[in-house]
Design a protein around this ligand. Structure first.
Ligand code: PMP
Length: 286
């Protein structure tokens, strides 16, 4: 079935949607995005994504073409039109096009491009992958220095994912100056006893919307949270590890660079946090 997508104010069949070949998103990766998950046909943490979107746009001095209320309406309409019960809504805003290629930004009155589409993912919450846990490899983090801005420059993370696949693993954790920054498309954590350790927020990592919620729930559940750097060697010796993202929620990590964590199966903390996260976020979905 062909999806209905949203492009610059219009709902269209996916094969009728059009963007200029001069669009800055296409030529320069001059664009930002958000991915919001859908459970029970409702949006998870829409507010968090809308706030981060505004921040990304502000940091890049890009105009926001849509109000938060209208954006919510478009998300809901696409979920309805495409009959999404479990899945994702992808949103991208680029600096648009003034009909040519130039390194300099286009004229002030150039309209941004806005695109949204859905991805149907039945079984996303009750996922076999989460019951099994993920195997990760470590790779050098060679991305640019503003990873806090959610840009569409995803070539290196894609390459990292492929390096993991070639190694028979699920994902890669990136390492800079000896310390783990984050996963290719998720934030990274280790667990020692009752303590959850994750890198502190800075320009070095994306400020995960799921990260914020999971750390809040962890503190509410009387777990200790320590926001600090950790190395791959420390991670290999941890009791557990996991990642968080809007599309995979809380994902246990059971192996790092070929070393099994604990008995090589998801531990106690990550599955519990996943359950709390899913329960609480379903209740708050809009
Ligand atoms: N870090 C990176 C590099 C990511 O791409 C993502 C997901 N887009 C995350 C972290 C997790 O962020 P969120 O919880 O907001 O999905």
């Amino acid at each position: 079935m062909s999806r209905t997508v949203y492009v610059n104010g219009e709902y269209l069949p996916e094969d009728e949607a059009r963007i200029s070949i001069f669009d800055r998103g296409f030529l320069m990766a001059d664009g930002v995005y958000e991915v919001t998950s859908v459970l029970d046909g409702k949006l998870i943490d829409f507010d968090g994504h809308a706030v981060r979107l505004s921040r990304s746009l502000n940091e890049l001095e890009m105009k926001n073409p849509i109000s938060k209320d209208d954006l919510l309406e478009v998300h809901r309409e696409l979920v309805r039109l495409n009959e999404i019960n479990e899945g994702l809504v992808y949103l991208q805003i680029t600096r648009g096009s003034d009909g040519d290629r130039d390194f300099a930004f286009p004229a002030e009155d150039t309209e941004p491009t806005i695109v949204l589409f859905t991805q149907n993912k039945p079984g996303m919450a009750d996922s076999p992958a989460a019951r099994k846990g993920a195997k990760v490899i470590s790779i050098e983090d060679i991305r640019w220095g503003r990873r806090d801005i959610k840009t569409v420059q995803l070539l290196y993370p894609s390459m990292g994912k492929m390096m993991a696949k070639k190694a028979g693993c699920d994902d890669a954790w990136m390492v800079e100056d000896g310390f783990v920054t984050e996963g290719t498309s998720n934030n990274a954590y280790i667990v020692k006893g009752n303590r959850i350790i994750t890198r502190a927020l800075s320009n070095d990592i994306l400020h995960g919307i799921t990260r914020a919620a999971v750390l809040r729930f962890a503190r509410e559940a009387q777990m200790e949270v320590e926001e600090r750097n950790f190395t791959i060697d420390e991670a290999k010796e941890a009791d557990e590890a996991f990642t968080t993202s809007a599309s995979a929620f809380v994902m246990p990590v059971v192996e790092i660079d070929g070393v099994a964590l604990g008995d090589g199966t998801p531990g106690r903390v990550a599955p519990r946090l996943r359950e709390i996260y899913l329960d609480e976020m379903r209740k708050a979905a809009v």
